[in-house]
Every structure is written in structure tokens, then in C-alpha cells.
Design a protein around this ligand. Sequence first.
Ligand SMILES: [Cu+2]
Length: 300
Amino acid sequence: MAEPTPTTPPPDPGVKLGFFIGGLVLALIAGFALAKLINPVSPTAGAQTGAPAPSGVPSTGDGHNHAGPAAAAGTDVGGLSISSTGYTLIPGPFNAGQLSFVIKGPDGKPMTKFAVVHEKELHLIVVRRDLSGYQHVHPTMAADGTWSVPVSISQPGMWRAFADFTVLSPAGAQTALTLGYDLPVPGDYQPKAIAAAARESQVDGQTVTYEGTPMVGATSPLLFRVPGSAPLEPYLGSFGHLVVLREGDLAYVHVHPEPQLVGGAVKFWLSAPSPGTYRMFFDYQVAGKVRTAEFTLKVG
Ligand SMILES: [Cu+2]
């Protein structure tokens, strides 16, 4: 397969809300490829604040804009902090099978209004600090703003949870955030070495590949394929979701998806925030089953 050629820039992130078409992608989440509807504002600790969505604009499948690819280069990470732009994640009880938290707003009260992004109000990524044990789950919120979800955290070590969401202020303003916090699991921690960099990954008997060469300071396309499998299916409003975490500090790198398959591949746009080693987690669905392919990526 040919390397993707010259990088067509992603859609202009400065596009105004009124020009949004479902799935138009702008400059996540999230690390994960969450589409969120917001104005272009320089990211601060992974935060984006924007105006309320005009009525009639669907709240799912909208572009997710973490400032422009160029403007964001080198800075577009989240998840390093438990608090950002007035919003703070307050961890609740945690054990190996369940975790919970609330998101408090600037007034100190739990937030209860969240925008639906990629079909969910909040996406939670859990991974051990050695980048093993990746899980992508969707907590449910109680009426008082307490989020909770079953997780499978049985291996000892320090784990990290990333809550990726867009909160709605009482006035309707949207703030997209990724807040991260640690989950200590007692026991004899034997960190796993990160796998060597590779463009191919095996999951459940399926081979998953990617093309593209992410760089620092430029936004580059990444195309993921599952050759030989049944066609990729939409999952949470997109043909795939990509979470990219930086080894060393687990910065959550925002990735920007294209809404449609491109030549059978799921296409993302990624600007590496720095040189270093990254672990990419590609969630995709084939024949009704969601799997995650993992890749180590080295950026020089
Ligand atoms: Cu999710």
C-alpha cells in the first residue's frame, strides 16, 4: 500500500458553527477521536470553550475542534490534570471492579449537563501507567452528577483514568475537556515494557495496519485498515476511534477523525505534540464486535 501522499490539510478549524455538517471534522480524544462542537480557541490544558450550539444542530457527529492543527501543534494534549478551566474531577470510591467521580463546575457544584459527543456524554479511558490494560468505557451519571462504571482493574500498579467530555454551563456554553487522575492498585507491580514500534497489530486473529508518519509541528494523516476482514462498521458515530497516549507522562493526544472511510480506511489527523514514544489505541467494529488494535509509534 502506498504511503498517503501529501497531506491535504484537514478542514479549516475556523469554520463557524453554522457551517457544520454532521461529521465535518475539525482539528480529540481523545486523544480520542471525539467530535465536539466548539469554537476555535487555543487549547489550555486540553480545554476548549465555545458558544452554545445553535438549535437544530445535532449534538452528535459534529466536528471536534481543538484549535487549528497548526496552532495546536505541540500543545494539543489533555489528561495531564485533574482540573482545568474551572472544572475539577473529584474522584469517588474506587475498587478493582468499579470507579466513580463527579465533575465540579466553577461554582463548586457537580455538573449534570453534558453534550452528547460520539453518542455518549462522557468517554472514559482507563490504562495502567505502563500503557497496558487499555479500556474504553462509558460511565452512567446519576441525577446528582455522580458518574460510575464497572472497570476491570486487577493488575497492581498505578493506573490512570481519562474522562473525555464536553460540559454545558447553565448558560449553554460548551467546554470540551479531558481530565485525568490516578488509580492506585496495591500489589507487586511488574511494569511491562512497551512493544516495539510497528505498523501492524494483531487482535483476536485480525490484522490491523496503519499508514502515515506523524510528525511534530505538522498535522499528518493516519489511515487504519483491517485487511481481509468484513467491512468496518460505524461505532459510536464514527468508523473508528483513536486514543493516543504519550509514554512517560500519559499525555492524551487529540486526534481528529474523518467522518467517512477513505478507500476503505479510517482516516485520522494527528499532530504529535513532541518527539517521543506513543501508544495508539484504535477502536473499531467489524461484524458487530468492537476490538482495539494497539500500536507503538515513535516520533523523532
Ligand atoms: Cu467512548
